[in-house]
Design a protein around this ligand. Structure first.
Ligand code: NIG
Ligand code: FE
Length: 405
């Protein structure tokens, strides 16, 4: 090639006339930028004026803001029924924990989920999934944990996989058999934890499990029981995650760090030491402001301690029928900023790069060459508007692996 002639890009598609938040280094703003894809991956990102010559199909973004596709890294999207009635009871004074202790709460969703077949579970979950996708989500994690017996847990995980086939979205699954103690094991909690540990290998053999999660809490599993489940996950080579220190401090954050967990989630009651241990282990803090808000938890995660320790923070919906019926990841951005006083940059990293890290997905979460070409286009004047508006949906387009979705 003669010196000085423009490089010619071998691209499938190019997006131009967009402002970019690459999220590769902070917000990574590029005004009047361009993104090019090849084979479903990002091949080039930068200012439009530097885009190599190409005859690839060109999409004009009309000045909108292009982000990496959003990643909702903690949901319980698949479940039967709902708990609006329980919500009404809480309005009359009952607490989330009281209802759980009476056999309501998670166990009432277990009854409805056990009674539903796979098709029913998928049909109920699809509108919830569609709400997330409409706002620019391209990757979503889905947990089991309302079956609490082998076949029902399996059905939930199969339903989650079916969601990934029904829509253009990456679905990643977490097996949460250790979510609550089923009624038939009341008083034999350790036995149930051992049973859960034993479910991991057969479910993983069917390709249904991407990670293993547990609920370590005084209304759920002890740290010792959690460790038994994690040991079984480790034996299968599966990464772990933990619902940690949501209602009380049982040392869940440090436990998760000890196991090199991908993430520890909730963390309202986590200690500064636990959060620092997470930073050292590379365990991401998944913050769930919808749950803080909906169960009116007065204590908030210690953002200052996480900043001081360098703990990466992600934000997710926790979409579930009991503690966070949140069907909007954009609303969670506003809540994270308003309730937790997170910055716009922290919040936006929390639904992109850091939430991808919370799923162990190094191939997404930013606009950078080599990563998957998952994009979300927003008709806003500035990135901070994604955190600012309450309601309304500025998402104007989604791209999954280089294709319009
Ligand atoms: O993430 N913390 C435990 N599990 C869910 C709540 C599930 C439910 O109440 O149904 C959560 O908040
Ligand atoms: Fe959860």
């Amino acid at each position: 090639m003669p010196v000085g002639s423009p490089a010619v890009g071998d691209f499938d598609r190019v997006w131009v006339n967009a402002n970019l938040c690459t999220m590769a280094d902070g917000l990574g703003v590029v005004r009047d930028g361009a993104v090019a894809s090849k084979g479903g991956r990002i091949a080039w990102v930068g200012p439009r004026e530097a885009l190599p010559d190409t005859d690839a199909a060109m999409t004009d973004c009309d000045g909108a803001w292009l982000f990496p596709g959003l990643v909702d890294c903690h949901t319980h999207l698949v479940f039967g029924g709902n708990r609006a009635g329980e919500f009404q009871r809480r309005l009359a004074g009952a607490t989330y924990e009281e209802i759980a202790r009476e056999g309501g709460g998670i166990l009432s969703t277990v009854r409805a989920t056990r009674a539903a077949d796979e098709e029913t579970l998928v049909a109920a979950a699809l509108p919830r999934l569609d709400g997330l996708l409409a706002e620019g989500v391209t990757t979503v994690e889905v947990k089991s944990g309302y079956g609490l017996e082998f076949e029902a847990e399996r059905r939930m995980l199969r339903a989650a996989r079916a969601l990934g086939r029904a829509r253009k979205v990456s679905v990643t699954t977490s097996f949460l058999g250790a979510h609550a103690v089923p009624p038939e094991y009341k008083g034999r909690q350790g036995e149930y934890a051992a049973l859960v540990a034993g479910m991991i290998a057969p479910l993983a053999a069917e390709g249904l499990v991407d990670a293993v999660d547990a609920f370590c809490e005084r209304i759920a599993f002890t740290p010792e029981e959690t460790e038994a489940v994690f040991a079984a996950a480790r034996a299968q080579g599966l990464p772990v995650k933990l619902h940690a220190d949501q209602l009380s401090d049982l040392g869940g954050a440090a436990l998760a760090a000890r196991f090199g967990a991908l993430s520890a989630d909730h963390l309202e009651h986590a200690s500064a030491e636990g959060l620092a241990a997470m930073a050292a282990a590379g365990t991401v803090a998944v913050l769930l402001p919808g749950a803080t808000y909906f169960i009116r938890e007065e204590r908030h995660p210690d953002i200052a301690a996480m900043r001081a320790a360098g703990t990466r923070m992600a934000i997710a919906t926790d979409m579930n029928p009991g503690s966070s019926p949140a069907r909007s990841l954009l609303l969670m951005l506003n809540m994270a900023c308003t309730l937790y006083r997170m910055t716009v940059e922290e919040a936006l990293l929390g639904v992109t790069r850091h939430s991808a890290a919370a799923l162990g997905m190094a191939d997404r979460g930013a606009l950078a060459p080599g990563l998957r070409c998952d994009l979300a286009l927003f008709r806003v004047g500035a990135p901070e508007e994604l955190c600012y508006w309450i309601g309304g949906n500025p998402c104007a387009g989604r791209v999954v692996a280089g294709e319009d979705a």
